[in-house]
Ligand binder design. Structure first.
Ligand code: 13P
Ligand code: SF4
Length: 328
């Protein structure tokens, strides 16, 4: 099952890759991966930050971290290959512990996940007894095990507001925490973690683009950006919410304040719209290549293994997020 036909794939890849690379490298690898996928009853989940060859060529399901978590829980496949970063594959394992969960490069990390340990969370809990801990899914399974409820950028405000206390510990992204603080009456205790991609943007970047292009420019930013960047943007949301905004809005000149590959993927989906180029690359997401995806399926590597007790505890916080997000 592919998201696009071969012809559609070629037209999506042409603006980004050279013809000989598409014909000589990408298409043969895509065919091999799609054959292996069927043979092994594997499902390939593709985060919105995957490069267009991985994103359009071999993914069965694409989306933001919230949607992909839900799909990892619901799948009937024997193998889940998560094309994203390590914490995302761990989340899939937490939700589907009996399945074989793979990641094509185990070194595909995340600066946010690296910013906090289980011990840090324990210390905060001791410092603020009785205060619930809401943790962004961009963290390790051990940190999730220490958490009351997880959230993503798609539902952070909703989850914080669902807590019954006036104060909430929100970890580990201090910039996302700032954006949540601006949209809730609750007191937020944060931690100094940041996304190395989104922390680079400044309000001046947006203001100077707005000066250059005037009122016709619409700026869409990810909430891992500093709150001052979000304040001068026209919209802010998770990666899928950003894509939906582009799809549903009449605006034709758009500046995406986020990761580069998502810009490439959106451009190929909405060729009638004009995108003002400005993007930052996530070196972790870029570790996932077609070659490594092929090897991951062929050799069934690199498998995610988690301690059973960590799974049991982390499942509570991730499931609670899914229940609050998808409640009818
Ligand atoms: P989303 O949940 O919006 O897909 O974001 C994940 C991420 O890592 C963004 O940097
Ligand atoms: Fe982590 Fe930022 Fe990369 Fe997302 S873009 S995986 S938050 S480092």
């Amino acid at each position: 099952m592919s998201l696009v036909t071969n012809d559609e794939l070629v037209s999506k890849l042409k603006p980004i890759f050279l013809d000989h690379e598409i014909e000589g490298r990408i298409l043969p690898l895509v065919a091999e991966i799609n054959r292996l996928k069927k043979e092994k009853n594997a499902v390939l989940l593709g985060h919105n930050y995957m490069t267009p060859d991985v994103f359009w060529g071999v993914s069965d399901i694409i989306g933001d971290s919230l949607y992909l978590s839900k799909m990892a829980k619901d799948t009937t496949a024997d193998i889940i290959l998560f094309n994203g970063v390590h914490f995302m594959a761990e989340t899939a394992k937490i939700l589907s512990p009996n399945k074989k969960v793979l990641i094509a490069d185990p070194k595909a990390g995340c600066s946010l996940a690296e910013s906090i340990t289980r011990e840090d969370v324990k210390k905060l809990k001791a410092q603020y007894p009785g205060v619930p801990v809401v943790t962004y899914v961009n963290c390790s399974a051990e940190v999730k095990a220490e958490t009351d409820v997880c959230c993503t950028s798609a539902n952070a405000v909703q989850i914080v507001n669902a807590m019954e206390t006036d104060t909430v510990i929100f970890l580990p992204d201090e910039y996302l925490a700032g954006n949540v603080r601006n949209n809730t009456t609750k007191k937020i205790i944060s931690h100094p973690g940041r996304c190395m991609v989104h922390e680079i943007y400044t309000p001046e970047d947006i203001q100077s683009a707005k000066r250059l292009f005037g009122g016709e420019l619409t700026v869409i930013s990810h909430p891992e950006c500093h709150e001052d960047v979000v304040k001068v943007s026209d919209f802010s949301g998770s990666t899928s919410q950003m894509i939906d905004f582009v799809k549903n809005s009449k605006t034709n000149k758009i500046m995406l304040v986020t990761e580069c590959s998502m810009g490439d993927n959106i451009k190929s989906e909405f060729p009638e719209k004009e995108f003002v180029s400005t993007c930052q690359t996530c070196p972790h997401m870029k570790k996932i290549t077609l070659e490594k995806v092929r090897d991951a399926l062929l050799y069934e590597q690199f498998e995610i293994f988690l301690d059973e007790e960590v799974i049991r505890l982390a499942q509570k916080s991730v499931n609670r997020m899914l229940e609050l997000s998808y409640k009818k």
